[in-house]
Design a protein. Structure first.
Length: 387
């Protein structure tokens, strides 16, 4: 089998890239181990999608087909420090319709999957697992576990943080473990959230409440490993009491609707996101602390930029040419580096219990809150990638 572009991994970023190549003349293949599925009830994996990425998902025909009854707009956000600091963001004050949309991972995943299944220039290879990879001057060659051999002008690694393709290509990875886990769960709350997201920088991690429909919230608690293990082992009633107390009972009594789960957190940087015949996107290219909620937003923008580069190529140009791929790498370098270092720095700033640092960081939150121009500029960069 031969393709112009072969995408390994049909997660959110990989499937979005394939969908974004719909208008191109490129022949696209996707290698994926298993099709997505929708869990019963609410998905514990929730994402805050920026307006910039709502536009991208709309452009590739995804957003308008998502169930609006399972999505919630964020109009306001409250950020609380660990010693009286507070920072408030408002979509209205910034001239925006909303700050973000809260959407289940599986809701987007299934719509992307159904879209690329119907796409005229896409071939889905599923179930399929890669076994061997070689990159030469003329093509990338991938052998699957079942013996099938695939040749492509460009192979795109979209296979997650532990990317098989990245490792097979010999790209070096630098990881910084946070010794934390992200604990996620969904709750029904006593008081209305009013489309507001809440975040607390606490001595025991970063706690976030994200609004869901029908007076429900999704919780993300970036907690030290020991605490995370403790939280996931708690009975439902005890977990609800613990999370409500940690959130200063801002939304009253909580009732668990999705069991708690946890995943390890780490900062991951790669030496390069491109090689001749190879490009990395999404979690295969970068991993950041979830306190900013930008992980999948970075992945979607990787897909948008790379798809734009490939779609605009003249027919005679080779999509695996290093000059083409370097343009993608340059276009994505600034936003990725900024968010990686900002989230890493915030995590480190709020971790120490030193009273001096505590006073300094909370003073910073309060000063920013009193400077509307700076505060609104930060929001505009977060939602649109530019000031």
């Amino acid at each position: 089998m031969k393709f112009d572009v072969l995408i390994v991994g049909a997660g959110l970023a990989g499937a979005a890239l394939a969908a974004a190549l719909r208008s191109s003349s490129l022949k696209v293949g996707i290698v994926e181990a298993r099709p997505p599925f929708r869990p019963a009830g609410w998905d514990a994996r929730i994402y805050a999608i920026s307006p910039n990425n709502v536009e991208f998902l709309s452009a590739i025909g995804i957003w308008q087909h998502l169930d609006p009854g399972r999505m919630t707009a964020i109009y306001d956000m409250e950020i609380h420090g660990d010693a009286g600091g507070q920072l408030d963001f408002s979509a209205y004050d910034c001239g925006l319709r909303e700050l973000a949309w809260i959407v289940e991972s599986s809701l987007m995943q299934n719509e992307l999957w159904e879209t690329v299944k119907r796409q005229h220039n896409v071939t889905l290879l599923c179930p399929a697992e890669p076994q061997a990879l070689t990159l030469d001057a003329d093509a990338a060659h991938l052998t699957l576990a079942d013996g099938r051999r695939i040749e492509a002008k460009l192979i795109v690694a979209a296979d997650g943080r532990d990317s098989w393709v990245r490792e097979a290509a010999g790209i070096r990875v630098r990881t910084t473990p946070y010794d934390e886990k992200g604990v996620v769960a969904n709750f029904r709350c006593e008081k209305p959230h009013l489309n507001t997201a809440f975040q607390w920088f606490r001595p025991d991690g970063v706690l976030a409440y994200l609004p869901l429909p029908d007076q429900q919230i999704s919780m993300v608690w970036s907690a030290p490993d020991a605490l995370a293990d403790e939280l996931t082992a708690l009975p439902a009633e005890a977990l609800c009491a613990r999370v409500a107390d940690a959130g200063e009972h801002r939304l009253g009594h909580l009732e668990l609707i999705t069991a708690a789960a946890a995943f390890p957190l780490r900062l991951m940087r790669v030496d390069t996101v491109v090689q001749p015949r190879l490009a990395l996107i999404g979690d295969a290219a970068h991993a950041i602390h979830p306190l900013s909620g930008h992980g999948i937003n970075l992945g979607y923008q990787d897909a948008r930029v790379l798809a734009g580069q490939l779609t605009d190529l003249d027919n005679w140009r080779d999509p695996g040419e290093l000059r083409v791929l370097r343009a993608y790498a340059r276009a994505r370098a600034e936003e990725t580096a900024l968010l990686q270092y900002t989230t890493h720095g915030l995590n480190r700033l709020f971790k120490p219990a030193d009273p001096f640092l505590s006073g300094l960081r909370n003073l910073g939150l309060n000063l920013t809150n009193r400077l509307p121009v700076l505060r609104n500029a930060l929001v505009r960069y977060a939602v649109a990638g530019r000031f």
